[in-house]
Write a protein that binds this ligand. Structure first.
Ligand SMILES: *Cc1c(COP(=O)(O)O)cnc(C)c1O
Length: 422
């Protein structure tokens, strides 16, 4: 099936089970077992089925299957938020004494989680340049458990050299984890380019209406083989799990990465997705493809307007030919569509604040991927805790304004920006 068909039908057969056209919400905490043997079989993985909604839920299961198919993966697991998706993906392979290589162009929450919070658990990070991965290989050592990067980064709107990162990771037997939130599963599929694990904040474009927080982790087919080949680095998957009656993950004929998160991290840490949020995401994922096309087309129209406006010093949008990321957008993204984020520079800090305050249609919001257009001044809000040099490294100037282009008529957005800039 093609992606727009998967988005509507994937993971659900209305001729079986519920028989409803719309997937119902299984708003339940627990499940009744047929008898003692049924319960024992479920715990022993001899039979698959729901035990408790922290671990699995039938509504969430449909979303997981649908999302895995959309990303071209073998399996997916929903979790409470994008942040918990990143935490689980990394904690599934790394522990005290290990390190993770992280891109220099990342979401602020990912930076604080990976750099500061994981450090308290003994996991350290080293930063590499994602634009060309020129300093990636030299930083890999025997304790490196993952390479983490964003395909299209938020807020820098930079595109990683996915091919080069994957090539280096494969040569060294290190797992790659790609945050594909901003590009979305509709425009880009990291697994098709050889990435091992994909994470998303489904709170953004997947939801598309700013109505639910969620996260998801998708794994490629064949990770059990990868873990066996690199058994020293990924010994958790080849040695018995004493916390799960000696289970050896690579011996289980189920996608290993998500299985271990479910049986281990979701069981113990418990940041699971609510069934109601899974249901909301099943509604919105149906329109992901057409929404991403519209977000991208409108963003390109607005970016071209900004580029031609004398009050604007520069515009960063990967769909513009002037962008250093233009070629990567053409190479990686569906029809070269570059999603809905734009950033631009005005003359000074005061002008930036005036533009924010004068915009009427744009809401001043620190979110992205909503159907409503959003505007933010990172230096005085999302990135106000950073020092001047950290801001510079993150590519944020005091004069940077970021837009998340929604689904309004782009002409109305242009008129609003025109008056705000005048
Ligand atoms: C928002 C975001 C996250 C965090 O997701 P939440 O659902 O807010 O926890 C992670 N990565 C990227 C790229 C994001 O934009």
């Amino acid at each position: 099936m093609r992606k727009e068909t998967i988005a509507v039908h994937g993971g659900y057969n209305n001729k079986e089970g519920w028989g409803t056209m719309n997937v119902p919400v299984a708003q339940t905490t627990a499940y009744a077992f047929r008898d003692a043997e049924h319960a024992a079989n479920l715990f022993a993985l001899k039979e698959l089925g729901s035990i408790y909604s922290r671990l699995t839920n039938p509504t969430t299961d449909v979303l997981e299957q649908r999302f895995a198919q959309l990303e071209g993966g073998a399996a997916a697991i929903c979790v409470a938020s994008g942040q918990s998706a990143i935490f689980y993906a990394v904690a599934n392979v790394a522990e005290a004494g290990d390190n993770v290589l992280i891109s220099d162009k990342l979401y602020g929450g990912a930076v604080t989680l990976l750099t500061y919070t994981l450090k308290r658990f003994g996991i350290s990070t080293k930063v590499f340049k994602s634009a060309d991965a020129s300093d990636l290989e030299e930083q890999i050592d025997e304790n490196t458990k993952a390479i983490f990067f964003e395909s299209l980064s938020n807020p820098q709107i930079a595109i990683a050299d996915v091919e080069k990162i994957v090539e280096i990771a494969k040569r060294n037997g290190v797992l790659t984890i790609c945050d594909n939130t901003v590009a979305s599963a509709a425009l880009f599929n990291p697994i098709k380019w050889g990435v091992d694990v994909v994470v998303h904040s489904t709170s953004k474009y997947t939801n598309g209406q700013g109505s639910a927080i969620g996260g998801i982790i998708v794994e490629r087919d064949g990770l059990a083989e990868f873990f066996k080949e690199n058994s020293k680095r990924y010994y958790h998957f080849v040695e018995p799990d004493v916390s799960y009656h000696g289970l050896v993950y690579v011996d289980v004929p189920l996608p290993n990465f998500c299985l271990r998160i479910r049986l281990n991290l979701l069981r113990d840490i418990g940041a699971c997705q609510s069934p109601h949020n899974s249901w909301l995401l099943l509604q919105t994922i149906e329109t992901l493809g057409i929404r991403m096309e519209k977000h991208s087309n409108s963003a390109l129209t607005v970016a071209k307007f900004l580029e031609a406006n004398p009050k604007v010093k520069s515009v960063n949008y990967p769909g513009l030919e002037s962008s250093p990321y233009y070629e990567k957008a053409q190479k990686y993204f569906k029809d070269g569509k570059a999603s809905g984020l734009i950033s631009f520079e005005v003359a000074d800090f005061e002008t930036a604040k005036k533009v924010i305050d004068s915009a009427k249609l744009f809401s001043v919001v620190v979110n992205i991927g909503d159907s409503k257009s959003l505007i933010v001044h990172p230096a005085s809000t999302t990135h106000s805790q950073m020092t001047e040099s950290e801001l510079k490294d993150a590519g944020i100037n005091p004069t940077t304004i970021r837009l998340s282009i929604g689904l309004e008529d782009p002409q109305d957005l242009i008129e609003d920006l025109e008056q705000a800039l005048s």
